[in-house]
Design a protein around this ligand. Structure first.
Ligand SMILES: [Fe+2]
Length: 230
């Protein structure tokens, strides 16, 4: 019997992430407990910074594939009864569960990624977030430069993150599916630096892609919402 056990909250900020908890507590295990959430906008919405073709492949093939693999791997296991964030936390650093971790991590990372680029938000931070960027990085320009250095410094596939750590903003780079959640840190912003995120549009120019995303696509209302939810 198939049970639709996951219901995603569609919205902005922390709401989507909060919606990753199970909503059904019955005894039967679902065949596919983790649902790939809808892209929060049209595939062409990020043009010209990210092409429609890149979004179609990135969301529709890569991100969908992580969910498909995850559901196959967790079928019949205790992981099938957990929320996605708990799966990431409980499999982090455990070699025997590396397949589950890699797919759960990438499933979660890309939710963070798509959500924070929802069109229509401010292109620069305001309020508490702006004050914290001034305090912890010396201003928006210095933050962008430091983030770019972090992102271009990730060796191979991975991610660059803005996190909240003991009340302060900090940067973090991770490889492959690894993420701040696996290290007990609060995620505010995550930019994908796997080649599949930028190669069709920017070829080898990872830095140009990251700069463009930071300056033109990040919806700082979403980032501020994550900060407020911590
Ligand atoms: Fe990706």
């Amino acid at each position: 019997m198939h049970l639709d056990r996951r219901r995603f909250v569609q919205g902005t900020g922390a709401a989507l992430l909060a919606g990753l908890a199970p909503t059904f507590t019955g005894v039967a295990r679902a065949a596919a407990p983790f649902a790939h959430p809808p892209l929060p906008y049209a595939e062409a919405a990020l043009v010209p910074t990210i092409s429609e073709r890149t979004v179609r492949l990135h969301y529709g093939v890569h991100h969908a594939g992580y969910f498909r693999n995850l559901n196959r791997l967790v079928e019949g296991t205790d992981f099938a009864d957990m929320g996605l964030e708990d799966v990431v936390r409980k499999t982090a650093g455990r070699a025997e569960h590396s397949g589950v971790f890699n797919n759960a991590g990438q499933a979660w990372n890309h939710i963070v990624y798509w959500e924070q680029m929802t069109p229509g938000g401010p292109s620069a931070p305001g309020g508490d977030l702006a004050r914290m960027i001034d305090r912890d990085f010396g201003g928006l320009a210095d933050f962008r430069a430091a983030f770019l250095k972090q992102a271009t410094g990730v060796f191979g596939s991975g991610w660059a993150w803005l996190v909240l750590e003991e009340g302060k903003l900090a940067l973090m780079g991770t490889q492959n599916a690894d993420n701040p959640l696996a290290h007990g840190k609060a995620t505010l912003l995550g930019i994908d630096v796997w080649e599949h995120a930028y190669y069709l549009d920017y070829e080898s120019r990872r830095g140009a892609h990251v700069t463009a995303v930071l300056e033109k696509l990040v919806n700082w209302d979403v980032v501020a919402g994550r900060l407020a939810a911590k």
